[in-house]
Design a protein around this ligand. Structure first.
Ligand SMILES: [Zn+2]
Length: 383
């Protein structure tokens, strides 16, 4: 992600900036994405892909739905059997992550990205889904060469007009460039096991469970966004982020279609062995996505998945911004931006983002929460 002030300066996402600025709603007006409070200054220079991490854990406030009697002992007692009932296969999820990492770095336009796309196509078609691609071209930010960008869209029950969007970026950053880590310690090869790999592996595992979803009225789309962070320059001119998701959101907003997305959930960095998923701040601030955040964290609480922590932390700029601000899809971000632990996100955008820092159990827990949330959704939109 990009420091917000730089996003505006570079001019590329100008339309997005205008949209962001014009987002209506009291919540936005209070803590707008374009004019972050003082925390934005802290973020300046971090140069995160998509995540401007402020690192300031916000304590739970009264507005949040409190855990019932905040009875952590009771939650623990209930939670253990519930987590044991998780239908997601942690080992299989980890094996998918291994397959993805074995492809090597997977930046936009690379042969490994193409191989990953073939892997996903084969995988999801075998599970009975319909797989399509959204293809377009951009100029390579560094060389100027024409570079293909391809979003992969996996549809379950494509005939259904009321749909849920589950998504992740599947490109990896072209090079490790975490500005918080000295250049000599970042390495030169970026595998992106957690950042790029984890959301993709999670959806591969989740794909086994969508066909048997009891909630039969809703269609589900898995969308893999390309060029989330095809970014080389973090200097005075920052390259564009969210290229794939912005394209997707524009088409969704502007082209005739026979369906609509009721909700969207974006997965990014969900494989950390030390999983802690706080409520991402934009997702909470936006009035239209807050109920979604509340429902997902409430589901986690009911299931006893304690890695979902019902407090706000990190203002993350990620693919959910264009989806929500351009596409008008109420979309939240599930992200663990303490990789591996607070306050230093020290594996992020370095050569240390490798599979040994990830766990199949973490992937399975995130999938369990989302699958259970899907099961609970009312078939007709009653919101
Ligand atoms: Zn990244």
């Amino acid at each position: 992600m990009i420091p917000i002030s730089r996003t505006l300066r570079q001019g590329t996402p100008l339309v997005m900036a205008i949209l962001l600025a014009s987002c209506s709603g009291a919540e936005d007006a209070r803590e707008p994405t374009v004019a972050l409070p003082s925390s934005a200054t802290v973020v300046e220079g971090v140069g995160d892909r998509s995540a401007a991490a402020t690192g300031d854990a916000t304590p739970t406030v009264a507005a949040q739905r409190p855990p019932a009697s905040s009875d952590s002992a009771a939650v623990t007692m209930v939670s253990q059997p519930a987590v044991a009932a998780n239908p997601l296969d942690a080992q299989r999820a980890y094996a998918y992550l291994q397959q993805i990492c074995d492809l090597g770095p997977r930046p936009t336009g690379s042969a490994a990205m193409q191989a990953q796309r073939e892997l996903l196509t084969k995988h999801f078609e075998a599970l009975g889904a319909q797989v399509d691609f959204q293809r377009f071209e951009i100029r390579h930010p560094r060389t100027g060469e024409v570079t293909p960008v391809v979003n992969t869209i996996v549809q379950w029950h494509p005939d259904r007009a009321e749909r849920i969007l589950l998504c992740a970026h599947y490109d990896t950053r072209p090079q490790p460039d975490n500005p918080r880590v000295p250049a000599r310690s970042r390495g030169t090869v970026f595998i992106g096991a957690n950042d790029g790999g984890s959301g993709t592996a999670l959806l591969m595992e989740l794909g086994h469970h969508i066909p048997t979803l009891q909630n039969t009225a809703l269609g589900v789309d898995f969308v893999f966004f390309d060029a989330e962070e095809f970014v080389f320059n973090l200097g005075t001119r920052v390259d564009r982020y969210f290229v794939g998701s912005e394209h997707f959101a524009r088409l969704y907003a502007n082209e005739p279609r026979s369906f609509r997305y009721r909700w969207g959930v974006l997965f990014d960095m969900v494989g950390d062995r030390q999983l802690t998923i706080y409520q991402e701040k934009n997702s909470w601030w936006w009035r239209d996505t807050r109920p979604l955040v509340e429902d997902i964290w409430e589901t986690a609480r009911e299931l006893g998945v304690r890695e979902f922590i019902a407090r706000r932390k990190h203002n993350v700029r990620d693919d959910h911004l264009p989806l929500r601000n351009i596409g008008k899809i109420p979309c939240c971000n599930l992200i663990d931006f303490d990789y591996p632990s607070a306050p230093r996100n020290r594996y992020w955008h370095t050569d240390a983002d490798t599979i040994d820092k990830c766990s199949g159990e973490s992937l399975a827990k995130v999938g369990y929460v989302v699958l259970s949330w899907l099961e609970k959704l009312p078939p007709a939109d009653s919101e």
